[in-house]
Design a protein around this ligand. Sequence first.
Ligand code: EPS
Length: 389
Amino acid sequence: MFRFTTAGESHGRALLAILEGLPAGLPVDVEQVNRELERRQWGYGRGGRMKIERDRVEILSGVRHGLTLGSPLALMIENKDWANWTEVMSVESVDLPPEKSRRVKRPRPGHADLAGGLKYSARDLRNVLERASARETAARVACGALAKQLLAAFGVEILSHVIQLGGVPDKPLELAWDAIAAIPDDAPLRCADEEAQTRMVELIDEKRRAGDTLGGIFEVIVRGIMPGLGSHTAWDLKLDGLLAQAVMSIPAVKAVAIGAGAEASGLPGSEVHDEIAYDETTKQFIRQTNRAGGLEGGITNGEELRVRGHLKPISTLRRALRSVDIDTKQEESASFERSDITAVPAAGVIGEAMVALVLAEAMREKFGGDSLGEMRRNFDGYREQLRGY
Ligand code: EPS
């Protein structure tokens, strides 16, 4: 079984993850995991916290001499900011005077604060926000980086880019793999259209001055994926459903689309479905278009996988929205300490990780094997089967 779980609070000591189900014998590149963590931290519009953190992973188990053992991997990413929060986030009980307790009692509209407070009977909303914080996604990105390493061993590559931010440009960008792959690492918003990116940066500056925040849309693209992952046979085996759940679970994502997504519902079938042809030389079925985003019937069809995540604006606003004090029940403005203005490029990197984890699970399910060699034999056998179809 391929699965992962994370633990850790935003201002606690560390983030932790356990990842199970990688086959034995997979080479592990720790620096590649660190590069993914760095990519997640990058992006114009992040707040003061990203100046404090320098995320790096420590692998505590499951790897020996650079190769996976087939046993669970335990991962740790320290929170540098913990040094400033040792008392507030102490595991042992401590008596802090009210001015030092940093208790949160004015829930932010849009954040988990109030819903979580009601559910867990938390009178200090910090007990909710510490775990609801998007900081947790650093642990997901570390697991996703390892999933990417497994996928790369089978020729699968994953990228992401920002296709709209705060409504700029009017229509989300539609770009080919090469244009997305050419985005330089230091592009402020991981956007391939320089003119649009400049306008996005200006908009972020404007909203920063106004104490406001912004959302947007990222797209994850996967190339080299084999047809036949996922299944049409049961609702919970459909790969589009599994991807939607994984991407929807990213903080602030309110809609997920595959391929042409929502736009397809407004068009006639003749303008939506990707006509099928056969290439005699490569002996492969081909498509001129990919509005299905690489998935038909919940099964990969061999075309590029394209998944979009639509983010609402960050819910912590400097110009705070109206809320209610949970003690006095009086109107107050929502609490604010510091915040990002936007985090759409970071969400794209998290999207890559979540998509990689879902695909790694689907690959493990289809090709099995306890070692990488055994998995590869199964994979090669299936590829032969496709050639003979
Ligand atoms: C977050 C609030 C900010 C973000 C944080 C997510 O942190 P802080 O409250 O410490 O200023 O920077 O994101 C991260 C720390 C991260 O690593 O992505 C929130 O409330 O969700």
